[in-house]
Design a protein. Structure first.
Length: 370
């Protein structure tokens, strides 16, 4: 089967490597998504184990469409009956970019009609009640190339199931995991986040250190599908648990000036099952003075356009430049949309990586040379 994994821009290479490690075949990275092939077990495996993907989609087919008739005939020709039963619900949503067909609402209606006509001929029915399990049809039209997909995930994969609520402007779990991967976090590292908010970076770091699959605590849409036996999901959850490892040398520390955020972070770490190696405390950034000889610092400071005004945000960066020591054994990864970050921080980054925090174009500035 063919699959597509949509993702945040900038993390495609992480997903491609991850998919190969999960035994996916023919892995191909594109802007904003990664394609691969494999059997039904990969639907469960990738949903359960992927740290960076937003969802897992079955790629039903692709075709060119310059008119609504092209779209109708192309969609109707695809084998929807392989995945959609006579009782199943099949809503349609999607997007169109740089294409002749720019009305998303019209595209939705035409695709829905095409699928209905296809299923009418296969099931000899004139009406579909759609009372069964949901098969969410998703379409993507880019430069007149149409991709038709069925979502297997349901609630997006960045929602791991461990966060009860979040403080204002949280970082997505998938992006937090990507920051840890870009920072080459290892099971023997000590991780620090001096502006931790609800603790997502520290928690994702702990999950990585222990190789705990992020999707173990949640359910997925495709678990209700008769095409995938229940045993497949059970086996993949067992497989994920067997791959967990102890990381006795790993520790993570998060600090924040907001006592409510720190309380929430502690609760969230407990729900994620990592509170024994992750700790949080109320502390101002200016008081950052870790006691360990080595450390991996990863943080997502407030952006002027989100939580603080621009001058307050720049002042925080200047404080970071003073309290983050430039010495052997320490690395710093700071994600921000501020193009003047290096000037305020006081030194040029050793490496930069373009990433998106939601719709905000950011740069991950990395410092690791003494």
């Amino acid at each position: 089967m063919n699959f597509a994994v949509p993702c945040l821009l900038g993390v495609e290479s992480f997903i491609a490597d991850e998919l190969r490690n999960l035994d996916a075949q023919d892995v191909r990275a594109e802007n904003g998504r990664v394609l691969f092939c494999g059997g039904e077990e990969l639907i469960a495996r990738v949903n359960i184990a992927s740290r960076f993907a937003e969802r897992v989609q079955i790629l039903i087919g692709e075709f060119e469409a310059h008119s609504f008739e092209d779209l109708f005939q192309g969609a109707k020709a695809l084998p929807w009956e392989e995945w959609i039963g006579a009782q199943d619900a099949f809503p349609v949503k999607g997007y169109s970019l740089k294409s002749d067909l720019f009305s998303v609402r019209d595209c939705q209606a035409i695709i829905k009609k095409a699928v209905v006509e296809r299923l009418k001929s296969k099931y000899a029915l004139e009406w579909f009640e759609e009372t069964g399990a949901v098969r969410q049809i998703q379409f993507a039209i880019l430069q007149n190339r149409v991709s038709m997909l069925i979502d297997t995930t349901g609630v997006a994969l960045h929602k791991r199931g461990y966060r009860p609520e979040a403080k204002e402007a949280p970082i997505k779990e998938t992006l937090a995991a990507a920051l840890c991967a870009a920072s080459k976090l290892r099971p023997y590292h000590t991780l620090y986040d001096p502006m931790c908010g609800s603790g997502t970076i520290a928690i994702e770091g702990a999950l990585i250190a222990r190789n705990i699959a992020p999707g173990l605590r949640r359910a997925f849409s495709a678990e209700r599908w008769e095409q995938i036996p229940r045993a497949v999901w059970d086996l993949e959850r067992e497989r994920a648990k067997d791959l967990e490892r102890p990381a006795p040398e790993f520790a993570a520390y998060g600090f924040d000036v907001d006592p409510e955020a720190v309380t929430l972070a502690k609760e969230t770490a407990a729900r994620a099952g990592v509170s024994d190696c992750v700790s949080f405390a109320v502390r101002d950034l200016a008081a950052f003075a870790p006691q360990t000889e080595r450390g991996t610092v990863i943080c997502n400071p407030p952006y002027g356009e989100r939580l603080l005004d621009v001058e307050q945000a720049r002042a925080l960066v200047r404080v970071m430049g003073k309290v983050f020591p430039q010495k052997r054994g320490w690395s710093y990864s700071i994600i921000t949309p501020d193009v003047g970050f290096e000037g305020d921080f006081g030194r040029s980054a050793d490496k930069r990586r373009k990433l998106y925090n939601g719709m905000i174009a950011c740069t991950l500035y990395m410092y690791y040379k003494a």
